[in-house]
Design a protein around this ligand. Structure first.
Ligand SMILES: NC(=O)c1ccc[n+]([C@@H]2O[C@H](COP(=O)([O-])OP(=O)(O)OC[C@H]3O[C@@H](n4cnc5c(N)ncnc54)[C@H](O)[C@@H]3O)[C@@H](O)[C@H]2O)c1
Ligand SMILES: O=C(O)C[C@H](O)C(=O)O
Length: 331
């Protein structure tokens, strides 16, 4: 059985993400969890003639059956931003939502690959990790912050400048998932050498603040949902490719605890200054989740400066998430 549970499945991301996952032949059971509307979404999706069974589960009383024995738990549950808000402003509401889902996963699907979309990702990933530690089921190779939308945006925006096929252009984006913590490594992308420094800085800023572009355009109706669904499905399917289909060479940048591959993280740590716990890095996936943290490679002086700015903010976000569990009420 390959069961994928989407938590927040009735939402702006949850619905199109579930639709994309329904198309995968690697999934046998698609389980939809939310506090509202999942019976309807599940009934609708269940008419699609692909192999997975679809079930809908509503509210805390049904979270056990929703999550039990999942291979993957994807979490886009929680509130999105409105114009003028930072992702960190969402912490007050989303931290508790993510904690409660993590507790259920730790109890009922302790071996699941956890894919966290809910913002602020820089803090919600440490929340899930600390919950798993409290239940003695922690494995850093299986807990991921989904930063794929930053990579997808980077491919699109950079291609607009240098031409070519955005669907195959790979732009490494490391760091975290908010503003200045998002670090596109454009110097590693062939074709960017023809851009001026001004163009590089403008497109770097656009990638870092791409989320704000959508929040502003939606004008109070939320943040990115469709592009996030695309990115979230790509990420979950990458994991399934490695874990279920046993495909090798599956590589994506994702926000992980650097203990996921201590040896591989050495080169990353020397670049970012040693004492940071979580960072989005290029990861090769394998049958246990993170197989290897790959070297970040050479970065130029401009990118090195961006790294210094990012790590200061990121460290604060990480501590805030971890403390929410370690200094909170006993679970
Ligand atoms: N990682 C990223 O790149 C990225 C990109 C876009 C959005 N996001 C984040 O994803 C989250 C969801 O965004 P959205 O646009 O889908 O929001 P939305 O409001 O449209 O949907 C959220 C869903 O979560 C559900 N929910 C609320 N509390 C819940 C709980 N306790 N258990 C289960 N479900 C619950 C809601 O009922 C709703 O259906 C936000 O936090 C947003 O900031 C992250
Ligand atoms: O910008 C947001 O709040 C949502 C998401 O993190 C994004 O990058 O689009």
């Amino acid at each position: 059985m390959v069961k994928v549970t989407v938590c927040g499945a009735a939402g702006g991301i949850g619905q199109p993400l579930s639709l994309l996952l329904k198309q995968s032949n690697l999934i046998t059971h698609l389980s939809l969890y939310d506090i509202v509307n999942t019976p309807g979404v599940a009934a609708d999706l269940s008419h699609i003639n692909t192999q997975s069974k679809v079930t809908g589960h509503v509210g805390a009383a049904q979270i056990e059956e929703a999550i039990k024995d999942s291979t993957i738990v994807v979490i886009p549950a929680g509130v999105p931003r409105k114009p003028g808000m930072t992702r960190d402003d969402l912490f007050k509401i989303n931290a508790g939502i993510v904690r409660d889902i993590a507790v259920a996963a730790a109890k009922f699907a302790p071996k699941a690959y956890m894919c966290i979309i809910s913002n602020p990702v820089n803090s919600t990933v440490p929340i899930v990790a600390e919950v798993f530690k409290q239940f003695n089921v922690y494995d850093p190779r299986r807990i991921f912050g989904v930063t794929t939308l930053d990579i997808v945006r980077a491919s699109t925006f950079v291609t607009e400048l240098i031409g070519g096929d955005a669907s195959t252009l790979r732009v490494p984006v490391i760091g975290g998932h908010s503003g200045v913590t998002i670090l596109p490594l454009l110097s590693q992308v062939k074709g960017t050498e023809k851009l001026s420094q001004e163009q590089i800085e403008t497109v770097t800023n656009r990638i870092q603040f791409g989320g704000d572009e959508v929040v502003k355009a939606k004008d109070g109706a939320g943040s990115a949902t469709l592009s996030m669904a695309f990115a979230g499905a790509r990420f979950a399917l990458n994991i399934l490719d490695a874990v279920v289909a046993k495909k090798t060479g599956v590589v994506e940048c994702t926000y992980v605890h650097l203990d996921a591959d201590k040896q591989g993280a050495e080169s990353v740590k020397s670049l970012i200054g040693g004492d940071i716990e979580y960072f989005s890095v290029p990861v090769e996936f394998g049958p246990h989740g993170v197989e290897k943290i790959l070297p970040i490679g050479d970065i130029n002086d401009y990118e090195q400066k961006l790294v210094s700015v990012a790590t200061t903010e990121l460290k604060g976000n990480i501590v805030k998430g971890s403390n929410f569990i370690t200094e909170g009420a006993k679970l």
